[in-house]
Design a protein around this ligand. Structure first.
Ligand code: FES
Length: 105
């Protein structure tokens, strides 16, 4: 397996505390612009496999828009139920305003 970074978005296109969903290698990844930096997590709430896109972001935390589970975007950890499984996270690289995520090929 080889590590790769792929350019997925531009920081100027994502307002603070907003997110965009991108697809990398057939997987939906949520790119989140927070006051603590840019984070990338799988765009799939582990509660019932519904996209997290559109969830409210406060600091490092995102709330699922469906039932309100809360995840820490910095490490994917669950912070509040009804989800119990952590999110997959992806390493982010920023060059100028360009955002890339690391994925395995
Ligand atoms: S689908 Fe996210 S908390 Fe239920």
């Amino acid at each position: 397996m080889k590590d790769n970074f792929i350019q997925v978005a531009d920081i100027t296109d994502i307002d603070l505390n907003q997110s965009v969903s991108v697809e990398v290698g057939g997987k939906a990844i949520l790119i989140c612009n927070t006051e603590n930096g840019v984070f990338a997590v799988e765009d799939r709430c582990t509660h019932t496999d519904i996209p997290l896109c559109g969830g409210q972001i406060v600091g490092n935390l995102i709330s699922c828009p469906v039932h309100g589970a809360v995840f820490d975007l910095s490490d994917g950890s669950v912070q509040a139920p009804p989800a119990f499984e952590d999110l997959e996270t992806f390493e982010v690289k920023i060059e100028d305003t360009s955002i890339s995520v690391k994925y395995l090929k």
